[in-house]
Design a binder for this molecule. Structure first.
Ligand code: NDP
Ligand code: 2IT
Length: 444
């Protein structure tokens, strides 16, 4: 039997209860056929794919914390250290009630290839908890973060595993976690990225994922003969990635018509007011229902609906599987030309196929949102040399990294006869370096 088919079959049997993990692995393995199949006997002998899809280590732990009334609660903490063939484990921490082992494994698996695409020496990992930060006081967040780190600290370190932010984990949470790590270990080291600027953080890390998404989108469109200036975009989400994607899009002359949160979405015909959005979300931590107070001309709608708005570019920046087949059909019907994924795996597998079949340019998450982790790696470099680079220096490195990522995935797609299939190109380009390192290091 074909090695890839056999691996996918075993994966489905063993992890039937991990649908997101199966979805992510299947997409990658399907893309790797032209790389693996010509030498499949040798790769099978070394169990390359089995070693790639089984994490090095999965840590699951209890996190007790105390609420404002003195009541104790317990959540589950996770850290999946997936692959460190090319560098120390690296990846974010997600705090959201939907978090489970399937979601953390899919994110950790994707992170291996994303981190490889950055060209920097970082391996793949992910972690988090089913803790819900929404509506919690600062003290409750502090209690959770402290207790989370009281267990996690055993497994991480500046040269071992360097966590960072993701959904629900921003500068505030990283600060509380860093403080706890430092207290326990008496080590002021770059064990986390996304730190505050006063204690080892990097300028431009906050902006990096959203800015990077637009740098890659601009390059992809340019190489397809399209100028971004004057285009319209629809964005989902209103968190870290969405906010800075909107900001950079506007700087590039794109009019952004929408943003959303888990309750509803905003349509602003005059273009999203980025200052209002930052005040609502970053300063006041409120819901998007507040936006109309700043912009009376805008509309607020309950539920989902961003993808039904006519625009040239779609930027999903909220969460996995948020853009389904029906949404993809609406995008195509409305004349959308490009989708660039700010969130991780935001497009369902059938929607990816529909978009590609209809010649929409699709920049996959592991390439398009790699600017965040790339800048995290630049934060690690700055911590190691105990220096801080200027905003312009970090931002210009970020821009070059994103342009390189586009060309690497574009070249890989062309090399294997799949021109403009950036999904396959990113998977192959990310995989090749990891494969090379794994083969060089022997079966381990
Ligand atoms: P934030 O927590 O800052 O923002 C998340 C946004 O998405 C919020 O607007 C949130 O709405 C919305 N959202 C989250 N879950 C859901 C859901 N189940 N349904 C609908 N809306 C939802 O997270 P980030 O902006 O950091 O992350 C967004 C995406 O980008 C994630 O997929 C993350 O993995 C990915 N990413 C993040 C990077 C980073 O550097 N931060 C780097 C690379 C990728 P609400 O507030 O109502 O929950
Ligand atoms: O999904 C991601 O790449 C992130 N959440 C960022 C990870 C990091 O280590 O900066």
């Amino acid at each position: 039997m074909n090695y890839i088919d056999e691996t996918i079959k075993k994966l489905n049997a063993k992890y039937a209860n991990q649908p997101e993990f199966i979805q992510a692995v299947t997409e990658v393995l399907e893309s790797l056929r032209p790389v693996i199949e010509p030498n499949q006997e040798a790769y099978k002998r070394d169990a390359v794919l089995e070693r790639l899809i089984e994490p090095d280590r999965q840590i699951i732990f209890r996190v007790p914390w105390i609420d404002r009334d003195g009541n104790a609660h317990v959540n589950t903490g996770y850290r999946v250290q997936f692959n460190n063939a090319i560098g120390p484990y690296k990846g974010g921490l997600r705090l959201h009630p939907s978090v489970n082992i399937s979601i953390i494994k899919f994110l950790g698996f994707e992170q291996i290839f994303k981190n490889s695409l950055t060209g920097l020496p970082i391996g793949g990992a992910k972690g988090g908890s089913d803790f819900d930060p929404k509506g919690k006081t600062d003290r409750e967040i502090m209690s959770f973060c402290k207790n989370f780190m009281l267990e996690l600290y055993k497994y991480i370190g500046a040269d071992t595993d360097v966590p960072a932010g993701d959904i629900g984990t921003g500068a505030r949470e990283i600060g509380y976690m860093f403080g706890t790590y430092k207290r326990i270990k008496s080590l002021h080291e770059g064990v986390l990225t996304g730190k505050g600027l006063s204690y080892g953080g990097s300028l431009a890390r906050t902006e990096a994922t959203g800015y990077g998404l637009l740098y890659l989108t601009e390059e992809m469109l340019k190489c397809n003969g399209i100028e971004v200036k004057g285009k319209t975009a629809i964005v989902s989400g209103s968190g870290n990635v969405a906010t800075y994607a909107i900001e950079k899009a506007q700087q590039l002359g794109i009019k952004v018509l929408t943003c959303s949160d888990s309750n509803g979405w905003v349509y602003d015909p005059d273009g999203i007011d980025i200052a209002a959005l930052k005040e609502i979300k970053e300063v006041n931590r409120q819901r998007l229902t507040e936006y109309k107070k700043y912009r009376p001309n805008s509309e607020y709608h309950e539920g989902r609906g961003v993808w039904t708005v006519k625009a040239d570019i779609a930027l999903p920046c909220a969460t996995q599987n948020e853009l389904n087949l029906e949404d993809a059909k609406a995008l195509v019907a409305n004349g959308c030309i490009a989708v660039a994924e700010g969130a991780n795996m935001p497009t369902t597998a059938d929607a990816v196929k529909y978009l590609q079949d209809n010649n929409i340019l699709l920049a996959p998450a592991k390439a398009a949102n790699a600017g965040g982790v790339a800048t995290s790696a630049l934060e690690m470099s700055q911590n190691s040399e105990r220096l801080n680079w200027t905003f312009e220096e970090v931002d210009s490195k970020l821009r070059s990294i994103m342009i390189n990522i586009f060309h690497n995935m574009d070249d890989a797609a062309k090399k294997y006869g799949m021109e403009k299939n950036y999904v396959a190109g990113a998977n192959i380009a990310g995989f090749e370096k990891v494969l090379n390192a794994m083969m060089a290091q022997g079966v381990c």
